[in-house]
Each structure stands twice: as C-alpha cells, then as structure tokens.
Design a protein around this ligand. Sequence first.
Ligand SMILES: [Zn+2]
Length: 266
Amino acid sequence: MDAIVVGLAVVLGLVTGSFANVPIHRWPRGGTVTSPKRSACPACETSIAPRDNVPVVSWLLLRGRCRHCDAPIAPRYAVVEFVTAALFGLIAWRWGVDPLLPALLVFTWALVVATAIDLEHRIIPNRLTYRLPFVLLPLVVLDAALAGAWGDLRRAVIWAIGVPAIMFAMAELFRLLRGKMGMGMGDVKLAVSIGLVVGYLGGIHLVVFAYATMATSIVVVVVLLLARRAQLASRIPFGPYLAVGALVPVLAPDASADLVRRVLGL
Ligand SMILES: [Zn+2]
C-alpha cells in the first residue's frame, strides 16, 4: 500500500513539476498560466509536441536542446521536475495515506516554484504568495475537522500572521541597521503560508523551521566562501533558504523536532 502511494506521489510530482515550469517561466515575465495554452520553445516559439514534453526523460533524450531550432533548453526544466518528484515521493513515504498529504504536496510544489523564480529573478511573485494561503487553508481545515485538531488549527492561523510579522520586523530592523534590504516583501508574503502549514504541524516545528533556515543559509555561505565565491553568496536571495527550512519539518517532523528539543535541552 505504501509503495503504491509513494509511486503515485512520484508520478504526480513529475507531472506537477513539469507544469511548475510554466509559471516559473511566465509569472516573472508578466504572463499567466493559462495563456498561451500550449508550451512553446522560448527561442523559436514552436509548440512542444507531447512526446517532447515527458518530464525529465525528454530533456535527457534531446540532450537539453529544442528539437526544431537546437537552442539550449535550461537544465532548470528537468531539475524542477526531478526535485518535485523526489520531494513528493519522500513526503508520501514519510506520511503515507494521510488527510494532510494534499496540503503538504501543494505547499511543497509552491516552495519549489518560489525557489526557482527567486533564484533566477530575485522575486517571489504575488500571483503565488497571495493565492497559496487560500488553497492551503481549506486543506488544513479539512484535516483539522477529520482529526478534531482545532487547537492545531488555531495555532496554525495565529502563526500564519505571527511568522510574517516577525519576519517583517526583522527585515525592517536589518534595513535600519544596514541601510539595505535583506529579506524582500515576497519572503514576508510567502511566510503566511509557511506559518500556516508549519504552525499546524506543531509549535516545535516552527522552531525547527527557524533553525533549519538559519543553518541552511550559514552552511551555503560558508561553503561558497571556502570556494572563494563570496560574490555568489551575496547574490543568493532569501526565499530558497526559507523553502529548505520549511521543508525540513515536513519531510522529517519527528526526527527534526527531537533534534531541536535535544539542542535546546527541552
Ligand atoms: Zn526551438
């Protein structure tokens, strides 16, 4: 049973990961998901045939080039598909058949989209951050209703406001002290959804999120400094760190909570 759920989640991850490349390409350029209807090669604008639109496989078979004009197709397309499928598989493996699974998969998909766009364009579009809480909230309420977990739901709603409020305060403090922006408003808006989902998992998981975000950013910066790529370190936006930090309690809710409790001596 679990193997079937994991397999279905991986297939769902490949399909939705392939679809994720549409908003990742179009939203920062002011486009929408629905128009134009078909995906096309960004270079020659030939619409992509279904056989060339198979997640990961097509990119590998075509060696990352358009069949028609030979223009290189960014590895990002295959990477997004692979990462989404891998994350979906891991989450289904950890959670199994669970009423919260749809919320966790939607959340994960959105974090992949936010990371890909933020890395390339240094923005997280409102089209994502404004809509996401309205998709996640009903899914979380459904789980709370089925489990009778009204206390968890209340904590989720409180932290859907609390996490962005804290981040906004930190961003303002940073701006006052350093005279430049650290976090962007896109990060603060994304934090509404992070506070909602991670807050629903548990209070300790919000601490896990905070530690995991800080630890990820410190590790990446130190590695890049050791590799003498300080320039690159300063150009990485904050969104991807938030995404990784938020995925840690989703992927390993028990292990990460235990680790943080031990570190804090709780
Ligand atoms: Zn082409």
